[in-house]
Design a binder for this molecule. Structure first.
Ligand SMILES: Nc1ncnc2c1ncn2[C@@H]1O[C@H](COP(=O)(O)OP(=O)(O)O)[C@@H](O)[C@H]1O
Ligand SMILES: N[C@@H](CCOP(=O)(O)O)C(=O)O
Length: 319
């Protein structure tokens, strides 16, 4: 659970006057999440989510918030940021950047079936296409450059077999990212953290993607790999579930067809998706930050997934 910065109804009342939302009537800290302080905010106009950004700067936030605005305007189901009376999407609260977005209906589907995976696959493809004319650019801040900084920070804490795997995979990914094949992959704004807990469903109907605060420009295939590694995996073994993978990939391919280059790069990208979260979970474990409520995620889950993606041929992207 994480609320890093506390906010009361009294704190928020004068602040919210700059938004066209009426008075705030209730505010409640949200326990889940590990990056930001989130609150359900009820106002005279409806239900919203207030986020105080703990690690992102005012300079970085326009990318995320304008991307959500851009996607929402193109029919991609994402929370719409609410502008204040000056048209700003991000304003200080308790000295930190903060934003209000619309609240999505429903709940996360933590035991997805193929029908849910198909919904996510189709919406992800739609999101990639809708992002093509997004004018702002920011790299994926948890990409290869970050991996190079994080690996030396966690390696001293690791036992040798795991450290050897991390060094070898860094080496492999360095070569993959420098390859001509990688350079040919299509790129654009990606979510980069589209796990089960970042998508809302109302029954079998997807109501939205949220938590865009790891988004950045990267290959579309990386986004597919990150998403499949969570949505289509057997959580105990890290093995991909064939029926869920097929449903996801077929639905994605029907909206935005995969290319032959992407097929060739697929196994290496599934490995990249696993490495990214193994590293960030190791980093959070060994370099913890202050929080009122915080549950660290288990790194061994992604170590298992990485070993499995190295050992097992990747499923075909299209039939
Ligand atoms: N726009 C939204 N609509 C509905 N619920 C939301 C929305 N944004 C966040 N939440 C809720 O807040 C929780 C934590 O948000 P999240 O963005 O995952 O936090 P963090 O960025 O700290 O990881 C989510 O699990 C979800 O229940
Ligand atoms: N999805 C990541 C961590 C990011 O946390 P989130 O709650 O913001 O999605 C992981 O599982 O390691």
């Amino acid at each position: 659970m994480a609320v890093f910065t506390s906010v009361s109804l009294d704190d928020v009342q004068p602040w919210i006057a700059q938004f066209p939302l009426g008075r705030a009537t209730a505010i409640k800290g949200i326990a889940s999440g590990i990056e930001n302080s989130n609150f359900f905010l009820t106002t005279e106009r409806g239900e919203y989510v207030l986020t105080i950004f703990e690690n992102l700067s005012f300079d970085q936030l326009p990318f995320y918030l304008r991307l959500m605005e851009h996607l929402a305007a193109r029919g991609v189901l994402v929370p719409a940021p609410v502008p204040n009376d000056k048209g700003e999407l991000c304003v200080p609260l308790h000295g930190k950047p903060a934003a209000i977005v619309s609240k999505l209906h429903g709940s996360s589907e933590l035991a997805p079936r193929p029908v849910h995976c198909a919904e996510v696959g189709a919406m992800l493809a739609k999101m990639h296409l809708a992002g093509r004319d997004f004018p702002l650019h920011q790299p994926n801040l948890r990409g290869l450059a970050w991996w190079h900084g994080a690996a030396p920070a966690v390696l001293p804490h690791m036992a040798e077999p795991e450290a050897a795997l991390l060094r070898a995979e860094m080496h492999f990914q360095q070569a993959f990212h420098a390859s001509a094949l990688y350079a040919r992959l299509q790129q654009g704004p990606v979510h980069a953290d589209l796990f089960r807990n970042n998508v809302m469903f109302d029954g079998e109907r997807l109501t939205g993607f949220f938590d865009f605060y790891f988004a950045g420009c990267d290959t579309w295939l990386f986004d597919v790999a990150v998403t499949i590694n969570d949505w289509c995996v057997d959580l105990d073994t890290g093995v991909l579930d064939e029926a869920r993978v097929r449903a996801f990939l077929d639905a994605y391919h029907a909206v935005r067809p995969f290319t032959a280059d992407e097929q060739e790069a697929w196994q290496a990208m599934l490995r990249a998706g696993a490495l990214r979260f193994w590293l960030s979970r190791l980093y959070d474990l060994h370099q913890p930050r202050e929080a009122e409520m915080l549950t660290p995620h288990d790194p061994t889950h992604f170590e298992r997934i990485l070993r499995e993606r190295i050992a097992t041929p990747a499923p075909s992207l299209y039939q």
